[in-house]
Design a protein around this ligand. Structure first.
Ligand code: NAD
Ligand code: UGA
Length: 358
């Protein structure tokens, strides 16, 4: 049988670059990788089974539609996926994450192609505990793909535009499946971290996700800032474990993923952001510290000061991964310490190399 041809949109990002690398290692796929950026794929660009095209999915031309036609499977990762942008650029977030992604879905429908759409655990929103004014620590509330209702904050807190755009796209996919027979699989990632995630704010302008901010503190001495005290929870999954699950979804044995939604996450790796900051300091001290490295302070900052007006947080998000386990035989292997160690190693190695070269 010929190698399946995969069109990977957003392949130059954190998840995309890690997934592309694994698909190429496996050797049984031909990958067309699309992105506006290629930096994270640089060491793979000359691979015989990789065809990278620098392309903006917002450009109005037929080429993307034709590419969909020419491939067996479309994997769509393109999004603005960084919470600071939900606050500063809500219209751009909606336009890219819903409107432009819907055009891809329409092409898949037109050519009868299977699509794997990356959504987010943020579609679940907040917990029942938070709505009732109770402590979420007292009320564990695992999020299930097919039974859990979705609770978003008020419109004035425009952070939710990301979650709503993703949720609406999921609802359209479901309707297309129901009425028109589109074959889709939706993935809801729960806080993946690992090599190639984001960037350090001392090296590149912008406001990345939390791990990069804390890493910046450990390498450059900037304070590790706990937004609103860092009381909210996240459950972290190592990118290699997440990619294992994605490969199973791509392979789709016996069609078990057809028109299904999958959480990918690690409930055992749940920490508050405050705990994350202290664990990162401890892992850095135990595994990586060298004489002369800074010792950043951990401080609290208000969300308005950190993000601006319109931010509101998800208090707790525990993935129910029963479906991935029973249908795909998947579970993640890395515990929280090892997830932090491996992700940290990526940043530390790069930093030491730069120090050496200077
Ligand atoms: P990322 O920002 O690293 O990757 C997104 C990629 O999309 C980037 O490489 C970017 O250059 C590309 N892109 C943006 N606009 C584009 C355009 N107009 N045309 C072509 N390419 C464009 O983010 P990520 O963490 O790799 O996330 C990938 C997907 O997974 C996103 O849809 C995100 O919402 C979802 N997701 C990720 C996580 C996570 O844990 N990382 C969690 C939940 C959801
Ligand atoms: C992110 C993004 O929405 C998406 O990439 C994705 O949908 C989701 O994660 C995911 O990875 O599953 P979030 O977890 O809120 O959402 O993003 P982070 O920026 O990593 O923030 C995590 C927590 O740390 C939040 O409570 C935030 O307020 C806090 N934070 C962030 C700090 O305390 N300090 C910082 O310096 C940065």
């Amino acid at each position: 049988m010929k190698n399946p041809k995969i069109l990977l949109l957003g392949a130059g990002g954190f998840i995309g670059a890690n997934l592309t690398e694994r698909l190429l290692q496996d050797g049984k796929y031909e990958v067309t990788a699309i992105d506006i950026e290629s930096e994270k794929l640089e060491d793979r660009l000359d691979h015989a089974k990789l065809n990278f095209k620098q392309h903006d999915i917002r450009s109005r031309c037929d080429s993307l539609d034709n590419m969909v036609k020419d491939h067996d499977l479309v994997v769509d990762l393109v999004a603005m996926a960084n919470p600071s942008l939900y606050v500063t650029n809500p219209i751009d977030v909606f336009d890219l994450n819903f409107t432009e992604n819907l055009r891809i879905v329409d092409s898949c429908l037109k050519y009868n192609k299977r699509i794997i759409q990356f959504s987010t655990c943020e579609v679940y929103g907040k917990t029942v505990a938070s709505v009732l004014g109770k402590d979420p620590a007292e009320m564990p509330f695992p999020f299930n793909e097919d039974t859990t209702p979705m609770i978003m904050g008020p419109i004035k807190n425009h952070r939710w535009i990301y979650a709503c755009a993703k949720q609406l796209l999921e609802r359209v996919l479901h309707a297309y499946g129901l009425e028109k027979g589109l074959n889709y699989t939706i993935i809801r990632p729960f806080n993946f971290i690992g090599p190639r995630i984001d960037f350090l704010p001392s090296e590149k302008a912008g406001n990345p996700r939390v791990f990069s901010h804390f890493m910046n503190g450990l390498l450059y001495g900037t304070p590790m800032q706990l937004v609103d005290g860092g009381i909210n929870y996240r459950a972290y999954t190592y990118i290699d474990d997440a990619v294992d699950c994605m490969i199973r979804i791509i392979d789709n044995p016996g069609g078990v993923c057809d028109r299904e939604i999958f959480n990918i996450g690690t409930p055992e790796n749940e920490v508050t952001i405050k705990e994350l900051a202290h664990m990162m300091k401890k892992v850095f001290d135990e595994d990586f510290r060298q004489p002369g490295d800074p010792d950043p302070e951990i401080v609290s900052v208000s969300s308005e000061e950190f993000y601006g007006k319109g931010y509101e947080d998800c208090d707790r998000r525990i993935p129910d991964v029963t479906k991935a386990r029973t249908k795909l035989g998947w579970h993640s292997k890395h515990d929280i310490r090892s997830v932090i160690h491996h992700t940290m190693k990526y940043f530390v190695d790069q930093h030491r190399a730069k120090q050496k070269a200077a």
